[in-house]
Design a binder for this molecule. Structure first.
Ligand SMILES: Cc1cc2nc3c(=O)[nH]c(=O)nc-3n(C[C@H](O)[C@H](O)[C@H](O)COP(=O)(O)OP(=O)(O)OC[C@H]3O[C@@H](n4cnc5c(N)ncnc54)[C@H](O)[C@@H]3O)c2cc1C
Length: 319
């Protein structure tokens, strides 16, 4: 079968729009078209996807698709692939996307490059990817040799394109929806902390340099002056339970304009979550701390003196 075109899918429409941005670039290089898939019950975003670059939108719309289940959604993607025959499939690396991608790849007897941070195509139309490896301390360059090429992409890796008035084709998919082998017995709302760290333009982050939970107040005062959010390293959240979420390879990936690391040593696991921060400022009393290697500005000193001094200076500077 002739494979042609780029197809994108994520159940998170915002991420799917970001995939359309990169997908359009790859489709232009390949001289092919760009399609997107929508799945669910009573789906409504086809127009938005077209405005953000999709030439075709495949729709799998059925009450049985209202809740995510891996087998029905996998079947939906395979149906769209059957219709569109894309040579590249980009899937969002959400929790659900990570469940779907290897299953789709196995069904199509092809490979899957996961959590790619950069994508390109070579002269032989092969998909090239960059992925973080060794806990985020190195970048692996990979090439997919078998088509269709499949890659998963984490949220906020690529820019969402600007919308424009354009025409596109909407194609409905009809297929037998398999019964999921897994039944969901209960749903619970996940309790979230302050939230919004992933979008925050400024983050003040706490590490184990803090002696007790009450001392987070120092960071909150600084954050208030800057209009920032407070984040932390994993031990502060997972071990001490002072905050709900942490930043790093096993936590949130953030990309603020300004990241202020307070009493953080700068391990590879934490660094993996802040590699996209534009400016990193660190306060640490150990001048050999690794965080200084990652920082644009460093204060070698006691955070219990440096943070109040910084807060005071900013307050008086803002008057
Ligand atoms: C599988 C795995 C996944 C992990 N994932 C993550 C992750 O996603 N995110 C994450 O953060 N960690 C993660 N970790 C944990 C990681 O390895 C480190 O343990 C953690 O990042 C260290 O956090 P920290 O910098 O707060 O603490 P520490 O490494 O203990 O550093 C504390 C720093 O504070 C400084 N300090 C002490 N007192 C003061 C003071 N008064 N003033 C100024 N500075 C002071 C010290 O010099 C030191 O540099 C993971 C670990 C594993 C094994």
């Amino acid at each position: 079968m002739e494979l042609n075109g780029v197809m994108v899918y994520s159940e998170d429409v915002e991420l799917e729009l970001q995939l359309l941005g990169k997908g359009a670039e790859l489709a232009a290089k390949l001289g092919s078209d760009l399609s997107a898939l929508l799945m669910g019950s009573d789906v409504k975003d086809a127009k938005t996807l077209i405005e953000h670059g999709a030439d075709k939108v495949y729709i799998a719309d059925h009450p049985k698709l209202a809740q995510f289940a891996v087998e029905p959604y996998r079947t939906g993607i395979l149906e769209a692939v059957k219709k569109a025959s894309p040579e590249i499939i980009l899937l969002g690396a959400t929790k659900r996307g990570k469940e779907l991608a290897p299953r789709v790849a196995a069904a199509l007897d092809t490979g899957c490059m996961t959590e790619c941070i950069a994508l390109d195509v070579d002269d032989e139309r092969r998909l090239l990817a960059e992925r973080l490896t060794y806990g985020g301390s190195c970048i692996a360059k990979e090439m997919s040799r078998k088509r269709p090429h499949i890659a998963t992409i984490p949220p906020r890796t690529f820019q969402k394109p600007e919308p424009s008035k354009r025409d596109g084709k909407v194609i409905k998919l009809y297929f037998e929806i398999p019964v999921s082998k897994i039944a969901i017995v209960e749903r619970k709302e996940k309790s979230r902390g302050e939230g919004g760290l992933e979008e925050a333009p400024i983050i003040v982050a706490a590490g184990r340099g803090l002696r007790q939970k009450e001392d987070l107040q120092l960071l909150e005062e600084l954050a208030n002056v800057l209009g920032a959010k407070v984040g932390c390293t994993r031990p502060i959240a997972a071990d001490s339970g002072w905050l709900d979420e942490w930043i790093g390879i096993s936590g949130l990936k953030v990309r603020p304009r300004l990241y202020i690391a307070c009493g953080i040593s700068g391990t590879v696991q934490h660094a993996a979550g802040i590699r996209d921060a534009q400016i990193i400022v660190s306060i640490n009393n150990d001048e050999a701390a690794n965080i200084f290697e990652l920082s644009d500005y460093g204060v070698v000193g006691d955070l219990y003196k440096a943070i109040p001094a910084l807060t005071k200076a900013l307050k008086s500077g803002l008057k």
